[in-house]
Design a protein. Structure first.
Length: 276
């Protein structure tokens, strides 16, 4: 039976498809800027705005202000979400008290409570970091909690039968098994922090990409508006590369260090825990 020939587009490499997609986006941008010049600034004007603001140093100030808020809010959320998730998973009273509020607040858009935080903490960095912290914390704590609850109960029971103490189970079973979920939660939390950044900065302040977009839109400087939007979008995309590499390396290192790949076999067959 004669094999069916593959279509010609199936032979095109993925890198070429990326270039084609990019070229189509630029073409659509040019068409939109010619039809709606008051809304879509041409690519040449956006490029000129980028060079101008980069040379003046204003762009770097906005980028650093936004980046510092994201890193602080995300870092605090990551540090806080891990112990909270473990407490929820291991102690039912804490879960019954905390989980309903986490699920309730998680469904509220950050823009809905940003004004409450501004009234409480002021219009400075504290309120913006708090918004990013809340949004990132809720995503991470739910993800880590689901990972802890998904740990193989057979492995835990076998460890207890072999005389494992609670600390042994925690460090030799639960932590290695939950590590991939913790790293996934970190990546999701960082993405959420970047998306929440706009809501936290657009309501006030003097520095940040969100504030740059808001100020430019008030003066109909659409080249600067599009520049800020593109930087936020590409910033999210570029962050995926280093964070993916970093979290992937950390995951491999921790899994090898904890030797979780062979943990189940060793617990069930040899018994890696001291008895008594």
């Amino acid at each position: 039976m004669q094999e069916k020939k593959k279509p010609i587009w199936a032979k095109i490499p993925n890198a070429v498809w990326v270039l084609i997609s990019f070229a189509c986006a630029i073409a659509l941008w040019l068409v939109a800027s010619s039809q709606l010049p008051a809304v879509f600034a041409p690519p040449a004007e956006v490029g000129a705005a980028f060079v101008s603001k980069l040379e003046s140093g204003i762009l770097l100030e906005h980028v650093w202000a936004s980046l510092s808020r994201v890193l602080i809010g995300f870092g605090l959320a990551f540090i806080t979400s891990i112990p909270v998730a473990f407490l929820m998973a291991w102690y039912d009273p804490i879960r019954h008290i905390v989980e309903p509020w986490i699920q309730f607040v998680r469904n509220i858009p950050p823009l809905a409570y940003v004004f409450l935080l501004i009234a409480w903490l002021g219009i400075g960095n504290e309120s913006k970091i708090a918004v990013i912290f809340i949004a990132s914390f809720l995503v991470q704590v739910v993800t880590i909690y689901q990972g802890i609850k998904g740990v193989d109960t057979t492995l835990i029971k076998a460890a207890r039968v072999l005389g494992a103490k609670q600390t042994d189970i925690f460090f030799k079973v639960t932590i290695p098994a939950t590590t991939p979920f913790i790293l996934v939660a970190a990546r999701l939390g960082l993405s959420t922090s970047l998306t929440t950044l706009m809501a936290s900065e657009i309501v006030g302040g003097d520095r940040g990409l969100g504030m740059m977009i808001q100020q430019a839109s008030g003066y109909y400087q659409m080249d600067t508006v599009l520049l800020g939007i593109i930087m936020l979008l590409t910033g999210m995309g570029w962050w995926c590369i280093p964070t993916g590499l970093i979290f992937g390396l950390i995951s491999d290192f921790m899994m090898k260090a904890c030797d979780y790949k062979n943990a189940k076999r060793e617990v069930l067959i040899h018994g890696v825990f001291p008895c008594g």
